[in-house]
Design a binder for this molecule. Sequence first.
Ligand code: ATP
Ligand code: MN
Length: 333
Amino acid sequence: MERKLVSIQRVDHLEDIPGADSILKARVMGWDVVVKKGDFRVGDACVFFEIDSQLPEGKDWAEFLRPRGFRVKTARLRGVLSQGLALPVSILEGETPPVGTDIREPLGVVKFEPTSPEGSDVAAPFPAEVPKTDEIRLQSALGVLDELRGHDFYVATKLDGTSATYVRMLDGTLVACSRNWALRPSTSRTWQMAEKYNLATVLPPGFAIQGELCGPGIQKNRLGLDALDLFIFSVHDFRTGQYLGHAELLAFCERLGLRMVPVEHVVTGEAARTFDHGLENYLKLAQGLYSGTKNRKEGIVIRPLVERTSPTLGGSRLSFKVINNDFLLKDED
Ligand code: ATP
Ligand code: MN
């Protein structure tokens, strides 16, 4: 599901911040966000900008973020975590659209993207056979928790590298892709992994594997690897349009000699039935270090053991991420 970077939402809760006269702590969807006192009463609609919103220049309502390059980022104000920006609907011209409406475009907001060096290698658009890799943030899609409740599920570590997809076409050709593009065969990191794992022969035609490419020179190499490696998180059968479930994914990786992303917890049976699916609990699980390192992990990705579709996510697979708030506050670029 496309992320709704800016949308009409409701202020569900307001509370005082000890020692602060002019600001309040508000709750919008699953986000805690600091707002100006007097801007809202509980239940009011607001214009909600998620973190990573890059506001336009030349709008009065965006001026206060000029010193921060107009970027909405995780912050701590008076000791309170603030994620996003809630402004009164009076900043909009005309009638207020219904709650949930995506208003990124009319407001001229774009997504902040740290520059990615994939330019010169692009060969073609991303193959239409396979969904691009993406994960929704739990706080923006709290409905997924009810959809997961009662089902066996697992928690994987979110690795902080770069996305790679390899598709073996039915005619046997191997297509290697970055997050958004098919890459021309070269000595690029993405193609090095195709060589290392011999994907042009071992990957069965009709299948795509998707993983995180990690190692020296990629992001901050927070796993502390000595050499590049690929950590698989999805296998997609494009003839059926299905992803493999957890057990099949494990077996598939084992058979092809591939590594999977680290799986931190597999929760089944009674433990799954009684699991605390509260946001707070997930935020705790998202904290901590990459195992064997002193580096904070970026977060976790949660999926049912058996693939399911998610009405909350518009019918795509049930899967979501929870980003480590310590990472957002201290490590994010
Ligand atoms: P946003 O959706 O918040 O705007 P974004 O689209 O840049 O941010 P990321 O925060 O990088 O996305 O999260 C999605 C990406 O996480 C996937 O594309 C994938 O490359 C990567 N990833 C790393 N580890 C995992 C994992 N264990 N499971 C699934 N995806 C993972
Ligand atoms: Mn995304």
